[in-house]
Ligand binder design. Structure first.
Ligand code: ADE
Length: 298
């Protein structure tokens, strides 16, 4: 996957070099290029923004700067052709992790491309982070993890002149996306969030392919609690059932914990998934029926 980011604060994107994303870059799974928007600004002041038409507070980013930037990045032309392709700088990331030693076979996602009937599926995807966008979800992260070229346009101030996106539809599939109902100063942090959510789903990036199959939201539920050794810590025990060796019961218990947590923290999600009779029984009881700790002790 190739990711291009256009921003007036390119250093904001430095975290993309680290940890999992850095490793994906080193593996050659991910290519990142970060472009400074000011390369496309003209005039003595290299202004990238201007007062909003019709008045009002703040500044709007100029179409005559964004337009050429998006044209060049789509065609790897002009200043965009000379951008550095990032290499991670952290040598320890080359070490093999424990979950990579188990003979992992990457598998792809069987998801349709994010493309409307009027769009050309071979065009790159242009993601524009904005609080006014459609909500970014795990389902989108999964769909977009199969893209070959994603470009992020990071706006600042009161946003980017809307004509930029009408025009960009000739060269991109354009999506304006929000990472939540709050307002950030610009699109850079949202770009980091969206990139991490997408890249960790590219087959081979996470190491252990199972580790994202149990993610929160991947089955419409929040993920339940996790435990590791020691079995007792500060007077707190790991739930007994996890040592029972009965994997059917353990799977049921985990599903029940996910259901109970979702009911408590995100009840809105429960109405969007299909519940089995076992799921309903757990939610009615308020605990997992396979959990012995809820049986009366005699
Ligand atoms: N830019 C500013 N706020 C944002 C948000 N909530 N999501 C995406 N991009 C943004």
């Amino acid at each position: 996957m190739q990711i291009d980011v256009i921003s007036i604060f390119p250093e904001y994107l430095d975290p993309l070099r680290h940890a999992l994303l850095g490793r994906a870059i080193e593996q050659g799974t991910l290519q990142v290029r970060v472009h400074n928007l000011r390369q496309w600004a003209t005039g003595v002041h290299q202004a990238v923004d201007s007062a909003p038409c019709g008045g009002g507070p703040g500044m709007v980013m100029k179409p005559d700067v964004w337009g050429p930037a998006l044209d060049d990045v789509a065609q790897a032309h002009g200043p965009a052709a000379h951008a550095d392709v990032w290499r991670s700088s952290l040598p320890h990331q080359r070490q093999q992790r424990h979950d990579q030693r188990q003979g992992y076979i990457p598998s792809g996602y069987d998801r349709p491309r994010d493309c409307t009937e009027t769009e050309d599926p071979s065009l790159p995807l242009l993601l524009v982070p904005t609080p006014a966008g459609i909500p970014f979800t795990q389902a989108q992260a999964q769909t977009w993890s199969t893209e070959s070229h994603i470009v992020f346009a990071c706006g600042r101030y009161e946003g980017i002149d809307q004509r930029v996106f009408s025009d960009a539809q000739k060269r991109y599939r354009v999506r304006e996306v929000s990472i939540g109902d709050y307002v950030l100063i610009g699109g850079e942090v949202a770009t980091l969030v969206i990139t991490e959510a997408i890249v960790r789903l590219i087959p081979g990036v996470l190491g252990n392919h199972q580790s994202h199959e149990n993610d929160s939201f991947s089955d419409g539920l929040l993920e339940g609690p996790s435990f590791t050794k020691p079995r007792q810590w500060r007077g707190l025990d790991v739930p007994e059932i996890l040592f029972s060796g009965n994997h059917a019961n353990i799977d049921r218990w985990r599903r029940d914990q996910a259901l109970l947590r979702t009911m408590q923290r995100r009840p809105d999600l429960l109405s969007t998934i299909e519940l089995s009779p076992e799921d309903r029984r757990c939610l009615e009881l308020g605990h997992s029926p396979v959990d012995d700790s809820h049986q009366p002790r005699g």
